[in-house]
Design a protein around this ligand. Structure first.
Ligand code: MLT
Length: 323
């Protein structure tokens, strides 16, 4: 009986301690690393989501841009940090699913060596070009790049980034894998050069390009999704525009180091979910063309499954791609 009482007391103490920790985290600002320059899709989504998460967590979620090596520099920093919940990252299809096949010496393992927290949003891919680029539509674009592969240039955010990954798949399909590609520290700065006409085309997530397309500063040939986006209803799908085999969905999501305490993960998951359910946050994300995650994708297990599914899918093509 006495043994039972002591056991019960210990269990209550442990449960209480866990509860206290859950209630006290975070006691100071949380750093969310964005592994690209400001102004790109990862940065835009991170700032919108972090803004609302800060309210729920009662502490500022501070964005730190740590760009380089297609986003892998910033993600390495985040997932090798002390697992206390004060350093997390907003990554994406590139850093979590494409990077392992792109960088043989990658210093993190997105499948077994980090803690997935949740998906922040799906981000359809668009093929976009400077506004005075000669081809008028996607079919003309395909003909043009095949005929002029020596002189056209493309921008991306570094090996393994989403822009690099998605244009690498496009170029492989078109049979022009070696088109001249210019690497930037994020598609924010790349987009500036597309708008000013120094770059011919790029493949990028809708979030950063939608406003520029609407303003007529660049043109969009197609969206590589099954359906058109409500954010850009006049842009045809690749199937409608004559390239049905080119379809790919990108996304952005949050992860942290492996070994994060469960109650910390739970608080972050709940804060992300609350942000995505908030009307104002939803409106901002939807206006940019983001696809809101399902309930399953907002969970660590659902997000981890998505990362693995896309890594398995991309791996063969990316391992063989010219780097
Ligand atoms: C990418 O191409 O990986 C992203 O667009 C980079 C970014 O978010 O700036």
């Amino acid at each position: 009986m006495r043994k039972l009482t002591l056991g019960l007391a210990a269990a209550i103490t442990i449960a209480f301690a866990g509860g206290v920790q859950a209630q006290t985290y975070p006691t100071r600002p949380v750093t969310m690393i964005v592994p690209f320059a400001a102004g790109g899709p990862t940065d835009i989504i991170a700032r919108i989501v972090a803004d609302h998460m800060s309210k729920t967590l009662g502490q500022q979620v501070v964005i730190e841009n740590v760009a380089g090596a297609g986003g892998t520099t910033g993600i390495t920093r985040a997932v090798t940090a002390v697992p206390d919940g004060y350093t997390i990252a907003m990554g994406h299809l590139g850093t979590f699913s494409a990077a392992p096949a792109t960088y043989p010496g990658l210093k993190y393992d997105p499948i077994n060596g980090m803690q997935a927290i949740g998906l922040a949003g799906g981000t359809p891919i668009l093929i976009v070009a400077r506004k005075n680029f000669e081809p008028k539509d996607l079919k003309a674009f395909v003909t043009y790049v095949k005929a002029n592969s020596e002189k056209v240039n493309e921008a991306h955010a570094g090996l393994g980034s989403v822009s690099w990954t998605t244009c690498t798949l496009l170029k492989a399909q078109l049979g022009v894998p070696k088109i001249n590609a210019v690497a930037y520290r994020g598609t924010g700065p790349a987009l500036n050069d597309l708008v000013s006409g120094q770059i011919d085309f790029m493949c990028d997530q809708i979030v950063s390009v939608a406003e520029q397309v609407k303003a007529g500063n660049i043109k969009a040939y197609a969206i590589a999704s099954k359906q058109r986006s409500p954010a850009l209803p006049d842009v045809p799908t690749t199937a409608e525009a004559g390239l049905p085999e080119y379809q790919i969905e990108a996304w952005n999501g949050i992860a942290g180091p492996k070994g994060l305490p469960k109650d910390v993960v739970d608080r972050l998951v709940a804060a992300l979910d609350k942000a995505l359910n908030d009307e104002g946050t939803k409106k901002r994300l939807l206006e940019l063309g983001t696809v809101l995650p399902t309930a399953e994708e907002r969970t660590p297990a659902g997000f981890a499954a998505l990362i693995k599914r896309d890594a398995d899918k991309l791996s063969p093509a990316l391992s063989a791609a010219p780097k």
